[in-house]
Design a protein around this ligand. Structure first.
Ligand code: THU
Length: 157
């Protein structure tokens, strides 16, 4: 038997350590939480995607009385970004969230598995790593790529 190890290095940063573009990206994700439609969970998630054309595309979770019809913030942003600018590549992604008390979560929240799968495809289309920023009240995580969040992944058949 042999073994394979999977390791991911997460950089833990304060807001003022981010690049100017990353600050804008985090600001956009935090703002987007205020446009969530989350009457059922009352958990408001915002995502923002920086494209290589300079656009920052935000999205927020949109819930539905038929729960499975809801969509997470990350896929709302990603699908809108690619539907609007199909020729542009993803450059970086940011995610923020406010809990049921209305305040930003203390610990960053990572994207769900379905969103990781969707984002991975856009990273593949970009042809390079797409860093992911996860914003919390006290610190921000910077992951090197979507793949680092989902190392054993299904991307082709
Ligand atoms: N949610 C997201 O928008 N992104 C995630 O990655 C995890 C969860 C949303 C879905 C639902 O509207 C609410 O958060 C509670 O699960």
């Amino acid at each position: 038997m042999t073994t394979k190890d999977i390791t991911t290095t997460i950089q833990v940063l304060q807001y003022d350590e981010l690049t100017d573009i990353e600050k804008k990206l985090i600001d956009a994700a935090r703002e987007a939480t205020h446009r969530s439609y989350a009457p059922y969970s009352r958990f408001c998630v915002g995502a923002s995607i920086a494209l290589d054309n300079g656009e920052i595309v935000p999205g927020s979770n949109q819930e539905n009385a038929a729960f499975p019809s809801s969509l997470c913030a990350e896929r709302t942003a990603a699908y809108y970004a690619h539907a609007t600018y199909p020729a542009s590549k993803f450059a970086e992604i940011a995610i923020a969230a406010r809990g049921t008390d209305g305040n930003e979560v203390a610990e960053p929240i990572p994207p769900c598995g379905a969103c990781r799968q969707a984002l991975l495809e856009y990273e593949k289309l970009a042809g390079h790593d797409v860093p992911v920023l996860l914003a919390g009240r006290d610190e921000i995580y910077r992951l090197p790529s979507v793949k680092s969040l989902m190392p054993l992944s299904f991307t082709e058949f």
